[in-house]
Design a protein around this ligand. Sequence first.
Ligand SMILES: *[C@@H]1O[C@H](CO)[C@@H](O)[C@H](O)[C@H]1NC(C)=O
Ligand SMILES: *[C@@H]1O[C@H](CO)[C@@H](O)[C@H](O)[C@H]1NC(C)=O
Ligand SMILES: *[C@@H]1O[C@H](CO)[C@@H](O)[C@H](O)[C@H]1NC(C)=O
Ligand SMILES: *[C@@H]1O[C@H](CO)[C@@H](O)[C@H](O)[C@H]1NC(C)=O
Length: 727
Amino acid sequence: MLLLLLLLLLLGAATSRCLHDETQKSVSLLRPPFSQLPSNFRSSSLTLPGSRDPQPLRIQTCYIRDPVSAGAWDPEEDGISVESQALAAVREAAQRLQGVLAVPPVQGPLLLSRDPAQYCHAVWGDPDTPNYHRCSLLNQGYKGENCLGAKIPDAHLRGYALWPERGPPQLVQPDGPGVQNTDFLLYVQVAHTSKCHREPSVIAYAACCQLDSEDRPLAGTIVYCAQHLTSPSLSHSDIVMATLHELLHILGFSGQLFKKWRNCPSGPSVRENCTTRQQVTRRDKWGQLLLTTPTVSDSLAKHLGVLGISLGVPLEEEGPLSSHWEARLLQGSIMTATFDGAQYTRLDQITLAAFKDSGWYQVNHSAAEELLWGQGSGLEFGLVTTCGTGSSDFFCTGSGLGCHYLHLDKGSCSSDPVLEGCRMYKPLANRSECWKKENGFPPGAENPHGEIYHPQSRCFLANLTSERLPGDKARFPSQIPYLKEAELAGHCYLHQCTERGAYKVQVEGSPWASCPPGEAIQIPGYHGLLVCPRGRLCQTKEGTDAATFPPLSLSTQDLLFRLSLGLAGPPGQSLGEEEREELTEAILQALVNRGGTGRCYFHSPSITSSLVFTVHIWKSPGCQGPSVSMLHRALTLTLQKKPLEVYYGGANFTTEHSKLLVISGHNPSMTHLGLSTGLCLMLLILVGTLGTVAYQKRAPLQVGPSAPSHSPEVQSTRGLVGGLREV
Ligand SMILES: *[C@@H]1O[C@H](CO)[C@@H](O)[C@H](O)[C@H]1NC(C)=O
Ligand SMILES: *[C@@H]1O[C@H](CO)[C@@H](O)[C@H](O)[C@H]1NC(C)=O
Ligand SMILES: *[C@@H]1O[C@H](CO)[C@@H](O)[C@H](O)[C@H]1NC(C)=O
Ligand SMILES: *[C@@H]1O[C@H](CO)[C@@H](O)[C@H](O)[C@H]1NC(C)=O
């Protein structure tokens, strides 16, 4: 009777695929069974009738150490335990969902059900006796309950009893205390399971195992394949996004659960008025499987700009229990089957609509992220029959180089299995990110197209070539090979939003030029044209690029460190704002050199007027190198050994000993997410983490005496304003 729902998320070299439907064939879910305990043995938790206002979904996590695979790998790899990596990702994903989904809160402690088919060999069969359907013979081999291989602690489970033919039952195991303040209990495992072994690209897979009496998912397990948690090809945000995808599956977005969705016209809190939905999916006349519930359909119609037309949303072709949106239509949605990386993935409105239609959740629609793909593209968008006709510039034909539709990356026109022959510009394998400074040209290198790589740079179709290339002065333009009719291709240039939908661009060495969407402009000092994309850049109201900028902010809180360095400068020195900015840049550069890593780890540096330099350290998506904690530890050690010294404006600035403070990004909500039962290892881990944080806060790290050491160190290679270098 107890069967599992299994979801897999695969990560290949470039994209990952979720294998949900290949693995869930044998799946069914455990609901609260007919009680096996006499009523006087039952714990007092009752489902209270009537209306309960939805509250933010409380997901409680419980780390389960796998007794089989523990020891098979080194959990201390890379300086940070993979367990805390996984827990950090789960915590972040769960926290994010708290702002998105609300449910009528579970009253009292959450208790999971036992499967009578597991612990009981036979039940009584006489409907006229009190022991009807109660256990008459125990299964001697009963090993307790598990959820996708994770052993459920007895403390989380209802008890059970053995009923004799006559007389009072014999209690075998009483109800556990349950888990307080919890609407969904998530077991977390990090392991090298055979599944991880067989499919080396699987990052994580998850299963839902228990439902409440309204069929809302109550508990599940996510298993992370250990090797991916330390893999440099996955950033922390990638793992968070993959976790969110799995969580959404087990909270209801699953072929297995669609048929249990409820129709609750009075909202999820008025349960009396709910019925099981008659139809969630259907096949259209071409055999395409569609999800057809009303909010989902309206949401797609709004997205495509065809209001008033009732559309089902196509699901990926994965058999009768498909659990992903069709990628041709909803590329970039978190619930498509492929995962290209966190910066290309959005928790979109149509996915949120599905959760509203499940009947179990109240949804905060303002938490949705904008899905650019296909926006306003009409009814014909994303069909196999139209994607190759050039009718939409979201798709491409041929094999040229262009821009990924979010314009963060250069791309090549290519396809993948879920695109079913349609082609789109996909990010190149190497250095295609315009927003990464480190992809840019080293100083002095030839940059004939005037590209700029910068967090505010975007990909533009252009065939610009500089008129002032060194050594070309003597030649005729026609003799210069790259001045011959160059084809348009993706290049990186700086952009800046001026108002919603409007922006200007800057090419190396040229002034800012206004870039009217849909037009091609010329740039002073360059041959050729630059095409200004329509409807892609600067689409959010705020005038900033929240929609198209990689969603980096806030999503990596858990692995955030703040590094504060007190600076000693010449006495009586007071710096103006601009000078402080330059000094900030100089210290940052020295710190980057010292750390020996890319700048992509360092964020929002600043210096206060009392000369305290502060920088946040976390790993942006695509940032190559060690883990944040590793870098943090290395920096701490080296700064202890030798302070930073920076020469600026004719004076020496030194990080002062005793003023060095490193604070780990302690997330206040971490404490209240801690489990209330003592049985989970997670509690121990949390205490461990908090202990470290407290330790670091209380005891500022000591720095050795700032002896005038002149051992050679990495010199700042950049010619910064003010003639800066680390001495
Ligand atoms: C709804 O989402 C918005 C945007 O993420 C957030 O600011 C707000 O706090 C959320 N509301 C609730 C009730 O969680
Ligand atoms: C439930 O549905 C009935 C019939 O449609 C309606 O009269 C009643 O007001 C509803 N209850 C609530 C609490 O909305
Ligand atoms: C990416 O760069 C590496 C190292 O520069 C190179 O070996 C590899 O061939 C490149 N891959 C592609 C697809 O260009
Ligand atoms: C740039 O591309 C445009 C449009 O394809 C073309 O007309 C123009 O001749 C090209 N210019 C150069 C310098 O290649």
